[in-house]
Ligand binder design. Structure first.
Ligand code: GRG
Length: 307
């Protein structure tokens, strides 16, 4: 698979534009939802400067792709504005999971995104509360925005809130982290499960893949995409989520790299990238290819990412 510098450059510009809108929306959320000042400051410490904002980007660019595929009577600006509270909510949940993942009881990390982790700054107890608050805040954002803006059908909003809860819960994020702790506690992966690659795949699918599939399913539900679009977008996101994890392991020399080596992980990454794109191809032939442009580029970006 190849990717030209021009294509990646264009994706990066689009991504940077979306990121600055997401940052503005996150700040606005903290300005409008009242809470004790020290807690607001701590959330700000975790959220800014942010990471890649990959999940909000995936959600917003998927929404725009669906708008194009269905030729909805809405501008790109409108779709982005309506979808923004949902992008804010997913970024809050992602950051909560990182705060908790960094705790001494979990990965015990000192630095995240080049600065001290939340528990090093605020102490362990408050870092637990901070994560709890960011998760709770995500649901407050979802419900407050639904009540205030009424951008979508109430029944669809309820479906989406339930989807958020499912992806943040035991079947995905919590369950994946639970099994991941089994891996941490064990002396070797064999001790946990002899079918090591499959087990690791399951953990990643739950831990990392849940929020990533959420990002394509939320716009599909809210924009009422037909089953075929939901199906292939989910296939795309499952492969993209696995690819995201394999490239994370390649960057950290961890996970799959420890199991199958760098070469094995590179082969796996290529296969997953092809699988993600094959799902988009199904939509491109059934509909039209141009709205999917950034989703294709995103696969190449994740395959060759350096951060
Ligand atoms: C504590 C419930 C709970 C879950 C933790 C997020 C997580 C689950 C574990 C983090 C461990 C890890 C490195 C997973 C790999 C995939 C991942 C989530 C990487 C970090 O996400 P990025 O790269 O981070 O999107 P940025 O900084 O860009 O936001």
């Amino acid at each position: 698979m190849t990717s030209t510098t021009g294509e990646i450059g264009e994706l990066k510009r689009y991504w940077a534009d979306i990121n600055s809108r997401v940052d503005t929306a996150l700040r606005k959320t903290l300005d409008t939802i009242r809470m004790p000042e020290p807690i607001r400051e701590a959330i700000e410490y975790v959220l800014f400067p942010g990471g890649k904002r990959f999940r909000p980007f995936l959600m917003l660019s998927t929404a725009d792709a669906i708008r194009g595929l269905l030729q909805l009577d809405m501008t790109g600006e409108e779709v982005m504005e309506r979808m923004m509270p949902l992008a804010v909510a997913v970024e809050l949940i992602h950051n909560y999971s990182l705060v908790h993942d960094d705790l001494p009881a979990m990965d015990n990390d000192t630095y995240r995104r080049g600065k001290l982790t939340a528990h090093k700054v605020y102490g362990e107890g408050k870092a637990v509360l901070l994560g709890d608050e960011m998760l709770t805040l995500a649901f407050e954002v979802l419900t407050v925005s639904a009540l205030r803006e009424r951008s979508f059908h109430p029944e669809d909003v309820l479906k989406v809130i339930s989807l958020f809860a499912r992806k943040a819960g035991a079947r995905y994020l919590i369950g994946g982290q639970w099994y991941d702790l089994d891996l941490n506690y064990a002396k070797s992966l064999d001790e946990v499960n002899p079918d090591r690659i499959r087990f690791l795949g399951k953990v990643n699918f739950m831990k990392t893949g849940g929020l990533i599939t959420l990002c394509v399913q939320v716009p599909a539900v809210l924009l009422r995409a037909p089953f075929k679009i939901c199906y292939y977008l989910t296939g795309y996101a499952v492969a993209l989520g696995e690819l995201f994890q394999v490239t994370d392991d390649l960057l950290d020399s961890d996970g799959y790299v420890k199991l199958i080596g760098v070469d094995g992980a590179e082969v796996m990454a290529d296969k997953l990238a092809r699988k993600a794109m094959a799902n988009l191809d199904k939509l491109a032939t059934a509909y039209t290819s141009y709205p999917l442009r950034y989703l294709y580029e995103l696969v190449k970006f994740i395959r060759y990412r350096t951060v």
